[in-house]
Structure formats: C-alpha cells, structure tokens
Design a protein around this ligand. Structure first.
Ligand SMILES: *Cc1c(COP(=O)(O)O)cnc(C)c1O
Length: 364
C-alpha cells in the first residue's frame, strides 16, 4: 500500500446521533419557526425537489412564481407528479409584480399551493414576499418559499409571515457547507402532503423524513455524510456568535455600499434598491462591451465577477457580496475591479469617486 501520510480526512468519525436534533432546533431558531424542521442530506436543490415531489399529485393545483431557473424547475417537478400548475413568469431578471399575483389568484377558482423564491442570487432581485404571503394566507393557500439564498441576507420570520414550507441551505449567506439543507414544514403543509397517500420510500419523500421528526430525532436515515454536519454545526456557531440580525445588517450594508460605489463609478444598476436583493448586485453591461471580457479583466485582478444566470441576464454581470463576501474588502474590490475592467475596455469609470463612496458607506 502506498504511504500517503497522515490526513485529517482519513477515518472521519460519524456525526454523533444525539446532535442532529440540536441542529434542527438551531435552524428553527434562525428561521424563527416552531414548525417541524427536517434535515436533508444533500444540497438545497434536492430539498426543493423533495418538496415538489411530496406535494405533487393529480388534483393538486399550484401557482408557481418564476423569477429564475429555480422557479422553472419547481413548476416542472410539480407537473411531473401530476399537479396542475399555472406559472406566473416575471419579466426576465425582474421581481414578480404583485398585480400579476392578484390577477392569477382571481383567475383561479381553487389553489392549493403557491411557490416562490424569496431573493435571487441569479439576478440579484427581491420578490415582494410579505405582500404575496398576505394574499396566500387570505386564500388559505399553502406557501412554499425558496429561502436558500435569502436566509441571512434578508429578514425572514417564517412563523410571523405564515410560511408553510421554507427551504434553506447553509451555503449562501450563512457561509456554510453546500452538501446539506433543511426545511420547515407547518401542520397545514403536512395535511396537504399526507392526504390520500404521500410518496414514500424515496430520497425525495418528506413523509419518510417525518418519521425522524416523530421519533426520537436521533440518527438520520442511511449513512449521513459526517463532514457536512460538522461543517453545518460550525456555520451555525459562527452565525449565532455574530447574531442573525447582524448578519442581515452586514449584507444590507454590503448591498447599499455596492450601489453607492457603482453610482459614483457612473455605472447603472439593474434594479432599484427596493427590488434588489442584498446578496448580489447585478449591473447591465454597456451595449458596446462584452460581458466575458469584463469578467476576464476582473479575474486578472483576482476578483471574481460572474455572469447573470437565467432568462434576460445575457448582458448582466453580478457583483457577489454574499456570506463572508458581505464585507468591506470584497465590496471595494468588486466595484474597483469592475471600474478597472470598464476603463480597460475604453469606457469611463470614476474609480476614485467610487472608492470614496464605499469608504463613506462603511464609515461609522
Ligand atoms: C443557490 C440557490 C439554490 C440552491 O442551489 P444549490 O445548487 O443547491 O446550491 C436554490 N434556490 C436559490 C434561489 C438559490 O440561490
């Protein structure tokens, strides 16, 4: 056998069975929810698919708000399970308009489920969540909120807002691992999931996961990946030490400082502040310039600027200030690198003014 030496990743111990319940309780605390918290042993897209697969069946009717590929997928998973789904597709890269939701609700005699993404990391938009949830509550509709990107970046009080199912992942604003996710499930959501025979014996079955909640909440089914759960615990330690309100405030400051910097740079932003997420700031690339060459120019400086994702984002770039990136040094380097890239492409950019603006935004 080759001697490959000591490695801390050899012989990783199991995650202690008695600590899963504490993890779920801490996630419930962050979500401000007394609903059941389920742990999903996979990245958050799997948790989202599990929600759709567990709700969907012939006879179920859903309104599905689409503001990125995640919403498109959610509608497809519901349809695959036989549900009748009406998509409300927002303008590409824009938040949904509340009027469109009102109209869709008025046009539908009975809706069981309404699904939407809270804040999009794909385009940097924020959907009008409290208003939409108010409409759903009034109609007795079970709500599903993809809060994977928004948790930690925006206020999210699950029980106060009346969210029936909130799906989260630690890998965005919480700065944690990507291989585990979680969701909260309300009694009304369970009623819908469990009526006339929920799917079972599947990795996508929430009914299967309910047996963990209803039991002693010790070992999860199968062989959980221990590193992910140790990393989740560490991420929660850090979030709790900082305080969730402070984490959210840090993201809000990163977003407003980024916007101030871009304004001073002379670069427009994609959506006004009230419609923008605190996670990434999207900028429309000037007509004559190529997004790829700006990305490359920033990359040469060691700064990662990325292309927008999804419909309508071909000419968008994203300045990412999520998680540990919601900090002065990243905000400053993002904006200055974007300005440098613009200038190299022959486009004016006032880098000095942008730096001043970011410095002022971060002054106490
Ligand atoms: C990142 C993200 C997800 C999860 O995607 P992963 O591939 O699991 O990282 C889901 N929804 C939204 C809105 C996201 O931003």
């Amino acid at each position: 056998m080759p001697d490959i030496g000591w490695n801390p990743l050899h012989g990783v111990p199991s995650y202690p069975a008695e600590r899963y319940a504490a993890l779920a309780d801490r996630i419930g605390g962050i979500l401000r929810s007394r609903n059941d918290i389920l742990l999903v042993q996979a990245e958050a897209v799997v948790a989202l698919e599990a929600v759709a697969a567990s709700l969907a069946r012939p006879g179920l009717t859903a309104l599905n708000i689409v503001t990125s590929p995640y919403g498109t997928w959610f509608g497809q998973w519901l349809r695959r399970g036989g549900a009748t789904v009406a998509d409300i597709v927002a303008e590409p890269g824009r938040p949904v308009e509340i009027e469109a939701v009102v109209k869709a609700l008025d046009a539908s005699p009975r809706i069981d489920v309404l699904a939407l993404v809270h804040a999009e990391s794909a385009s940097g938009i924020l959907n009008p969540l409290p208003d939409i949830l108010g409409l759903a509550r009034a109609g007795g509709i079970v709500t599903v909120v993809d809060a994977v990107a928004s948790l930690g970046g925006h206020e999210l009080d699950v029980d106060d807002l009346g969210i029936d199912i909130a799906v989260i992942g630690p890998q965005k604003a919480l700065g944690g691992p990507a291989g585990v996710s979680a969701l909260s499930v309300s009694p009304s959501a369970w009623n819908l999931i469990l009526r006339d025979g929920a799917p079972r014996d599947s990795i996508l079955s929430l009914a299967d996961l309910k047996t963990w909640v209803d039991g002693n909440r010790r070992g999860l089914p199968g062989t959980p990946a221990p590193l992910e759960f140790f990393a989740l615990e560490t991420a929660l330690d850090r979030i709790e030490a900082e305080g969730l309100e402070n984490v959210v405030a840090r993201h809000a400051l990163a977003a407003s400082a980024t916007r101030a910097g871009l304004a001073a740079l002379g670069a427009p932003v994609w959506v006004p502040a009230a419609k923008a997420s605190n996670l990434v700031t999207a900028v429309p690339v000037p007509e004559a310039l190529e997004p790829a060459s700006l990305i490359e120019a920033a990359g040469w400086l060691g700064v990662e600027i990325t292309a927008g994702v999804g419909a309508g984002s071909a000419h968008l770039l994203r300045l990412n200030h999520t998680g540990p990136r919601a900090a002065f040094q990243t905000v400053l380097s993002n904006v200055v690198a974007y300005g440098t890239a613009l200038r190299q492409a022959g486009h004016p950019a006032d880098i000095a003014a942008a730096s001043e603006a970011i410095s002022a935004a971060y002054s106490r």
